[in-house]
Design a protein around this ligand. Structure first.
Ligand code: KG4
Ligand code: ZN
Length: 324
């Protein structure tokens, strides 16, 4: 049996994990920096680097609590994309461990990591090809995955990533960071059909654009002030109005993504879809995709909930096929 160590420090999660050849997760330790960044409503790069620097030792040590490091076959670490200072911490730790214990190291692509979060969740049993939709705080990517190591990138976001749009809308509504989970929670109390926000389908391209939708929410909130419907701007967090805004925004995002992906399955003649990245934790989005899958005879796969957001198990899992 081979064992892989993964190290992830590309953004605001300091993570280390051990995965075996059969995609069993031996350990999966994540220190989330969300509390540190939340007063700023976004990740502050310098703070992120400092926190990785402070926590990585503790996180790696915990991952090896019941495991002998000498059994590790390969150390993978996130090499790109991400915050430069943050990436450097993970790379330095990976290289140092590799040097001390004579273990090879491999720098890997974080986006492949998200794709592997789904492969890992299904223990490598998903057939190729499949359409991959990565929806995270930093990326929105549509690709055709042809094998364990080959993907053709079809489209990216031209401006805000989906998760970024959730975070910015939460900020303009004076909610909390990260925006996704809080918007999802408030949306459960609102009516998704109450406000007709735009759906940026862009079906003439595989790219995405979510900044216009975010701006539409801003204009809507501002218009409340001028029409004096709502005396306090932004509306207070407990109000029905704010739940309606959250539900309608979430509906616009989900409808845009489902429409585009279902369109892609037809155009590319591929009925398998894997959806990953932090936004894939959203239950409403999962439900909508699963319903559409039933209707259109599609297979849809999501990562386990704890593998949706950034983690090192997905990075460790890359070692099996990316290192020869
Ligand atoms: O994948 P991830 O942990 O980090 C990046 O690689 O960017 O994704 C973080 C993003 C944040 O923007 C956060 O608001 C969003 O994922 N997110 C969600 C949910 N949970 C996290 N968005 C919508 N619904 C959620 N339940
Ligand atoms: Zn990520």
């Amino acid at each position: 049996m081979r064992y892989y160590l993964g190290i992830e420090t590309s953004c605001d999660e300091t993570a280390a994990a051990i995965v075996d050849d059969n995609y069993n997760i031996i350990s999966n330790i994540i220190f989330s920096q969300q509390k540190i960044h939340s007063p700023y409503f976004g990740v502050v790069p310098e703070l992120a680097s400092r926190m990785h620097y402070e926590k990585i030792h503790f996180v790696v040590k915990k991952a090896f609590k019941n495991f002998d490091i000498k059994k590790i076959h390969l150390i993978t670490y996130t090499e790109k994309p991400g915050l430069k200072g943050a990436l450097l911490i993970g790379k330095t730790v990976a290289k140092t461990l590799g040097y001390i214990f004579s273990i090879p190291t491999l720098g890997v692509d974080h986006l492949w990591g998200h794709i592997y979060s789904v492969i890992l969740s299904y223990k490598g049993k998903i057939k190729f090809p499949f359409i991959s939709l990565i929806i995270s705080g930093g990326h929105t990517e549509l690709s055709l995955v042809k094998s364990f190591t080959k993907r053709k990138i079809l489209g990216n976001t031209r401006d805000d990533a989906v998760g970024e749009a959730f975070d910015k809308v939460a900020k303009l509504l004076s909610l909390s960071y990260p925006g996704g989970p809080v918007i999802e929670k408030l949306a459960k109390l609102g009516n998704p059909k109450s406000i007709n926000f735009p759906r940026p389908y862009m079906l003439d391209s595989w790219d995405f654009s979510f900044s216009g939708l975010k701006t539409a929410v801003l204009y809507y909130v501002n218009s409340l002030e001028s029409s004096k419907i709502q005396p306090s701007i932004p509306p207070s967090a407990g109000s029905k109005l704010i739940s309606d805004i959250c539900a309608s925004f979430q509906e616009a995002v989900v409808e845009t993504l489902t429409t585009k992906v279902v369109y892609a399955t037809k155009k590319l003649n591929c009925n398998r879809i894997c959806i990953s990245g932090g936004v894939s934790a959203n239950e409403y989005l999962r439900e909508k995709f699963l319903n559409l899958a039933k209707k259109n005879n599609l297979e849809v796969y999501f990562p386990q909930k704890n593998l949706s957001t950034d983690n090192a198990a997905m990075i460790a899992a890359l070692g099996k096929y990316f290192y020869n």
